[in-house]
Ligand binder design. Structure first.
Ligand code: BT5
Length: 242
């Protein structure tokens, strides 16, 4: 699926932005892969930055054509997060998905995902899936959660191209399974950070205790409250206190 349309860049502001800039061209179609050795303006959610030393980590964007209703958009990020987990598990790690888009190992962030969708009416015609995976970088800024990398966790250097090929294989397998109707929700729930554990959260109005039960189709976090009701939160409406 991601084999014959690969643009490799030495340096760019953001691989997601670069892929999106191609949206009126024939190259912008399912299977497009854009990678860079360095991003001068790597993007996270809502104006946040994704920072990576040059040549040390995977900075990747791929285009898929989901053709699903935009109210089911969460399935895309679930599949992508699971494919990053597949890769990390294949290396012997125990990854968790911290809603909405962080991949953690030992409560430290090893990868981030940024999905930007192009809509045609109610349909998501194209998704640009950006993945930043820390591979060989040893020193990071003081982020919260703390950052980690494959080399920090496994004490050896990794070949970034090989990791990229493996990750894209896991991702295309997951996409194929989804299109074949294979249900991945249970796997997602078992990988979800803090699922079924009593934890502390903070919303705009208060701090509270609750239990994560899942993520809705539209991507809202479902938290069971002390009175057993389920509250739904959009990204940015709730913070984990851990
Ligand atoms: C993300 O956003 O985690 C999504 C990151 C997606 C990056 C990829 S790289 C290829 C593609 N092209 C792009 O321009 N982006 C995508 P968010 O959840 O908003 O997290 C951003 C926050 O993570 C920052 O505010 C920092 O606190 C932290 N952070 C930044 N760089 C990091 C790193 N290398 N490792 C761990 N944490 C980092």
């Amino acid at each position: 699926m991601f084999t014959n349309n690969h643009i490799k860049l030495e340096a760019i502001n953001s691989t997601n932005e670069y892929a999106l800039s191609l949206k009126e061209t024939p190259a912008f179609k399912e299977g497009l892969v854009v990678t860079a050795n360095y991003q001068s303006g790597g993007k996270g959610q809502r104006g946040k930055a994704w920072e990576s030393n040059a040549n040390e980590n995977l900075l990747l964007s791929v285009v898929i054509e989901p053709n699903i209703n935009s109210n089911k958009q969460a399935v895309i990020s679930k599949i992508v997060a699971l494919s990053v987990c597949d890769l990390l598990k294949s290396l012997g790690l125990n990854p968790k998905i911290k809603w909405p888009n962080d991949i953690l190992v030992n409560k430290q962030k090893i990868a981030g995902i940024l999905i930007q969708n192009k809509l045609k009416g109610n349909l998501i015609s194209h998704s640009v899936i950006g993945i930043g995976l820390n591979i060989n970088q040893l020193n990071f800024e003081e982020y919260l959660p703390k950052a980690t990398s494959l080399q920090l966790l496994l004490s050896k250097e990794f070949d970034i191209d090989k990791i990229q090929i493996q990750l894209l294989q896991f991702l295309s397998d997951r996409i194929k399974q989804f299109r074949d109707g294979f249900y991945q929700e249970q796997e997602y729930l078992s990988a979800l950070f803090l699922k079924d554990k009593v934890a502390a959260f903070e919303s705009a109005i208060q701090k509270f205790m609750g239990i994560i039960k899942g993520v809705s189709q539209s991507g809202k976090l479902l938290i069971q409250l002390e009175d057993d009701s389920i509250a739904k939160f959009n990204n940015q409406e709730v913070k984990f206190l851990f």
